[in-house]
Design a protein around this ligand. Sequence first.
Ligand SMILES: Nc1ncnc2c1ncn2[C@@H]1O[C@H](COP(=O)(O)OP(=O)(O)OP(=O)(O)O)[C@@H](O)[C@H]1O
Ligand SMILES: [Mg+2]
Length: 267
Amino acid sequence: MNIALGPVMSIKDPIYLGRSASNEAVNVTMYGKNMMLNGEPGSGKSGLMNNMIAQVSLMPDARMLGFDAKLVELMPWADVMDVFVGPEMRKALQTMLWIQKLMDRRYDWMSRNRIRKLVPSPAEPAWVLFLDEVAYYTSVAGTKVEQELFSALFRDVVARGRAAAIIPIMGTQRASFDILPTALRDLFAYRWTGRATTPGSSDVALGAGWAEAGYNAMSLDPKKPGDSFLLAEGNAPQRMRAAWMTDEEIQTVAAFAAQLRGHRASA
Ligand SMILES: Nc1ncnc2c1ncn2[C@@H]1O[C@H](COP(=O)(O)OP(=O)(O)OP(=O)(O)O)[C@@H](O)[C@H]1O
Ligand SMILES: [Mg+2]
């Protein structure tokens, strides 16, 4: 029996991030884009990531991969995501290799069919990669060779993924070159940062020169996690406060999304 459920969300729709300083909704469209979340510990990166995952989980033309070295941040979505990677370097590498292969196969098919940009559908969905605290895989876990391999694979996926509807969204406390290769960091189009501890780390997050121009994440309120700057569609960073979902709200959406996707939901 087919039951009409009303309007269905799509990865081509805007994703709600929070409110601007003038209390207007702040949205971004992630289709064909990518995003980096920065900020000191406790500044709201995982909160915002959960908020984005909740919306993508309800989009039938998107599937998700999660990387979470801390386990607890993205764990509520483990039943919703197709692959969930914890603090396991081997699995992180295998998953990156898998998504790279998928990307290569898509480009091969697209070139044979003269398609320049893949339009996602439930049959050929966008793949959204959520990586919380990516520094774990690029500079903490495994051997130096494994870290470099992870960075190289991820860089390739970020650099070439756009037209193949592969959408990386990553968070990191710090994005300095010793933690994240600059060549990888500089590929990210959309940049969000919570509070930073120095004007230098603010510029690493948003791009060189913004702190001096008055967009300094060190000036954000440390008592207000989610207080942030977003550099996305506009010409300059926008001050905003990220929306926040409680654990209960997250569990409710995750259970519904797992059902929607026909995934088995654990207790
Ligand atoms: N947008 C928000 N509005 C209100 N409170 C928030 C918001 N974001 C985060 N918080 C509060 O701040 C705490 C820390 O937020 P969060 O875990 O998202 O930080 P983080 O940047 O991911 O930190 P870490 O780098 O340690 O992982 C949350 O547990 C919550 O209590
Ligand atoms: Mg976090």
